[in-house]
Design a protein around this ligand. Structure first.
Ligand SMILES: [Zn+2]
Length: 879
């Protein structure tokens, strides 16, 4: 799955609002592991959706093997009502079963009059179920068109929601084959994992569409979609690649379709096992989810439009890269996840860490001009932010319940998983890593694995031990800190002592955990790197050359680097000569260590001040991003914030002036992204010329939609919407209401929620809970308000919890409310989040709430301790 990016690092204005939430009873913990007495082999499913009524009828015949004598067969079912259950032994007569549904455990048990001997049976079930409006189970999405509102159906089953459409052994371990048939309106298209095998017209005018039999796979990978669709295709590598969109959308799918062909070729080679299905569709859907952006259903990837379609009138360079990243991620899952699947959610990172790593690897290979190799540092930043508070968890973790499985889709599973893979690949070499992956795919295809299966294949291919390092980084939580002593130059070589500690934001006094840390170091100007593994707490490393010493050269290691003052000063004065990726690494480490009080914040401010004008756009983008964070840290403290904003403007306005508002023909694509970031940042800092120019272009856009290039449309609208006044907001709302293009409509509602004015924020919250924005925009609007007014948004959501809950995916609820509060720096909020968790969340499902509390407490501490340091630096550097 690809997650939506939740910007917990974005800080916001402090304001407070009294809570009025009535406590709800704690939800039961749903343990998902079924009794291991029967194993499904094949599901033959027929469904008849009634899209208008929001219900469906289903029939399934499950071929299964009873493995231990029992009189009861228990499987998963949620919100299903059974009307018939029969069990037929091979060669025998049908037995009628009694049905017992346990809604809390999400199971249905069928009990028979006699004990069932081990052997083959067919279980036939008739039932009815619900079509929801949020992206779980079988669900509908409504969208505007020129011809009025339309409704399409889709499914979303990861992690544990196949049970909402099919009574099933809904655990990744139980792989089986599937055949699916659906009765749909004759004018509509239906899509599933496999191609259509037959179409039969029914007496009532509908058609029965039967799909071919799937390969052996887990339930969470099954897909069904139905609607007024169109499909474009392309042949590649003997596979039919398709993109399915709502009618009229396929012209925006050319980029993804073409890129899919190039990616498929790469993956067939890399994995050494060819893509095994006859077709691979990518199904684009309007709307959004709070939980995910895309899903890797085998042969039928599901992606929300905003993460896939490129509308020439509105899409930016950033959108283009996101579309590529999403399709590369989901296609990597066709192997890592679909062909070979983790045995249980404990090892979810095998799916997600790998797909995330592959997505960045593919961008670097197929689009070197995007310079995404530099993204490695922002991947570390996200992982380490989450991994440096006490509520973190190991990459491989124990999962008991459906809710815990949902919570496992986080920055540790994705970004730390990706970082660990990158570090280990760098440690064994890319050829050995690839050979290990190929052997693993070959050995485990159509099966299930645990992490040690991967380490065994890699170790064999690499011919050197990997497992114990891998265990250090996946079985224990946290971020190593490598302290770099004073470098000593002797006979043209640099010798330095490296000491391992731990980078923690809330447990500074704790004895550090121990890791074996693979370290790569290089001196400035040298061509050879030195490598070592820091084990048992320290290592002495000799590095060729005597220039400034870069530790974690290339930034492939998962650790923070803390230089001695002497080593840091040598790097600082030569900053412009470092490789761009190491410039990013030094900025990132200096900022993180400065915030944690492990190094002076001055280090970061000096580096940002000294970043050359001609630095890579991503390096200047990093400085911009850190300045935005500092701006938010000052919160509502106007005079101090003003002093910082003035400095940030003086530093960044010349960068925007140099690259200009309008793209030069032939400029690097990375410049386009920097331009958008600068416009938004300078707008936030209150830079009058930027605000004026944004306003001028916004008015031009109203008069003539084509007058502002697509690349500037989003940043211009973001600046204006953020500073909106009452008449401007009202006009934007009219535009949103009348807009007929779903993707544009969604954006406009999000812009309504981005206005920083208190009264407009309140109006946006009220609007979010009406039917106007559409069922899937509500939660996203509340979250958008939370970016600048977390206390307001949290209190509002809690006060309206029942209405709010109908507009959030069920799997996201335990994370949604805490996520609203996470950007707060108000001491009262920590207690509010704790009270919310105690009243509403099962004890084992409070990690997201506890993490939000840790973030709030950290922000309070940072404001108290670090902002005075920044104040002093600014005074010293005042013009
Ligand atoms: Zn994924």
């Amino acid at each position: 799955m690809q997650r939506r990016l939740i910007a917990t690092a974005v800080l916001a204005l402090a304001c407070s609002f009294p809570a009025a939430a009535a406590p709800q009873p704690a939800r039961p913990a749903v343990t998902t592991q079924l009794p291991r007495t029967a194993v499904p082999r094949h599901y033959d499913i027929a469904i008849t959706p009634d899209a208008a009524a929001g219900t469906f009828a289903g029939k399934v015949t499950i071929t299964l093997d009873v493995t231990q004598a029992t009189d009861t067969i228990t499987l998963n079912a949620a919100d299903l009502a059974f009307t018939r259950a029969t069990l037929t032994p091979a060669g025998g007569t049908a037995l009628a079963g009694g049905t017992r549904v346990d809604a809390a455990a999400q199971t249905a048990a069928f009990t028979f009059a006699r004990k069932l001997a081990p052997g083959r049976y067919k279980l036939a079930l008739d039932y009815t179920g619900i079509i929801g409006t949020q992206a779980v189970g079988l669900f509908s999405l409504d969208y505007a068109t020129q011809d009025g509102k339309k409704r399409a159906l889709y499914t979303q089953f990861e992690n544990s929601d196949a049970r909402r459409m099919i009574p099933s052994w809904d655990e990744p371990f139980y792989k089986a084959t599937f055949t699916l048939a659906a009765d749909v309106p004759a004018a509509e298209m239906a899509v599933s994992n496999m191609p259509v095998k037959s179409r039969t017209t029914l007496p009532d005018g509908r058609v029965r569409i039967a799909f071919g039999q799937s390969p052996k796979m887990s339930t969470y990978l099954l897909f069904f979609g139905q609607g007024d669709f169109e499909r474009v295709t392309k042949q590649a590598e003997g596979t039919e690649l398709g993109v399915v969109t709502r009618r009229g959308g396929s012209s925006q799918a050319a980029f993804v379709l073409n890129e899919s062909a190039a990616i498929l070729k790469e993956y067939n080679d890399y994995f050494g096992v060819r893509y095994p299905l006859p077709k691979l569709d990518n199904v684009a859907a309007p709307g959004r989810s709070q939980f995910f952006g895309a899903m890797e259903n085998w042969g039928a990837i599901f992606t929300f439009e905003y993460a896939m379609l490129l509308d020439p009138a509105i899409s930016t360079q950033h959108d283009r890269q996101e579309a590529f990243a999403t399709v590369a991620h989901e296609m990597a899952h066709q192997w890592f996840g679909d062909l070979v699947t983790m045995a249980w959610w404990d090892d979810l990172w095998l799916n997600e860490g790998f797909a995330s790593w592959m997505e960045n690897r593919m961008m670097t290979r197929l689009h070197p001009e995007w310079k995404t190799a530099l993204n490695v540092v922002s991947v570390h930043d996200r992982a380490m932010l989450r991994d440096s508070v006490a509520t973190t968890h190991p990459v491989i973790q124990h999962v008991d319940t459906v809710e815990q499985a949902s919570q496992a889709f986080d920055d540790i599973t994705y970004q730390k998983g990706e970082s660990v893979i990158r570090m280990l690949e760098n440690y064994v070499g890319d050829a050995a890593w690839r050979d290990g992956v190929r052997a693993y795919m070959q050995k485990h295809k159509y099966g299930n694995t645990v992490s040690n299966d991967l380490w065994a294949s890699i170790e064999k291919a690499a011919g050197k031990p990997v497992k114990s390092i891998a265990h250090d980084f996946t079985l224990q939580p946290g971020v190593p800190l490598v302290r770099v002593g004073a470098p000593v130059c002797t006979n043209g070589d640099t010798t330095v002592l490296l000491t391992q500690g731990e980078y923690s934001r809330d447990q500074p006094a704790r004895k550090p955990l121990a890791w074996q840390v693979p370290v790569v170091a290089q001196t400035l100007g040298a061509t050879t790197q030195a490598r070592t593994v820091v084990a048992k707490g320290q290592a002495t490393l000799t590095v060729p050359g005597c220039g400034a010493l870069v530790v974690n050269a290339g930034q492939n290691g998962y650790y923070r680097t803390l230089y001695s003052p002497q080593a840091f000063d040598a790097l600082s004065v030569q900053f412009g000569r470092l490789a761009p990726v190491d410039q990013l690494g030094l900025l990132s480490d200096s900022w993180a260590l400065g915030l944690a009080g492990l190094a002076p914040v001055d280090n970061l401010l000096d580096l940002a001040a000294g970043t050359p004008e001609g630095a890579e756009p991503q390096v200047l983008g990093k400085v911009t991003d850190i300045f935005m964070q500092i701006h938010a840290l000052y919160g509502a403290d106007s005079p101090r914030r003003q002093r910082f904003d003035d400095y940030a403007i003086a530093r960044l306005a010349p960068v925007l002036a140099r690259i200009g508002w309008d793209a030069d023909s032939g400029e690097a694509e990375t410049v386009a992204t920097l331009r958008a970031d600068l416009i938004e940042a300078l707008g936030a800092f209150g830079h009058a010329p930027t605000l004026g120019e944004a306003q001028r272009r916004y008015l031009a856009l109203q008069r003539e939609p084509g007058s502002v290039p697509a690349a500037l449309r989003q940043p211009v609208m973001a600046v204006v919407a953020r500073n909106n006044d009452v008449p401007g907001w009202a006009a934007l709302r009219v535009a949103a209401k009348t807009e007929k293009t779903p993707m544009v409509k969604d954006q406009l509602y999000m812009l309504l929620a981005s206005a920083e004015d208190r009264g407009l924020s309140e109006r946006a919250l009220e609007l979010a809970l009406t039917d106007e924005p559409g069922a899937t925009n509500s939660a996203a609007m509340v979250r958008e308000v939370a970016r600048h007014a977390p206390e307001l948004a949290f209190d509002f959501a809690l006060a309206n919890m029942a209405r709010m809950n109908t507009r959030i995916d069920e799997s996201s609820r335990s994370r949604f409310f805490p996520s609203l509060a996470a950007a707060s720096g108000d001491p009262a909020m920590a207690g509010k989040v704790q009270r919310y968790a105690a009243a509403n969340l099962a004890e084992g499902s409070r990690r997201d709430a506890e993490t939000a509390v840790a973030e709030i407490n950290d922000r309070i501490k940072v404001r108290q301790d670090r902002l005075p340091e920044i104040d002093r630096w600014l005074l010293r550097h005042a013009k």
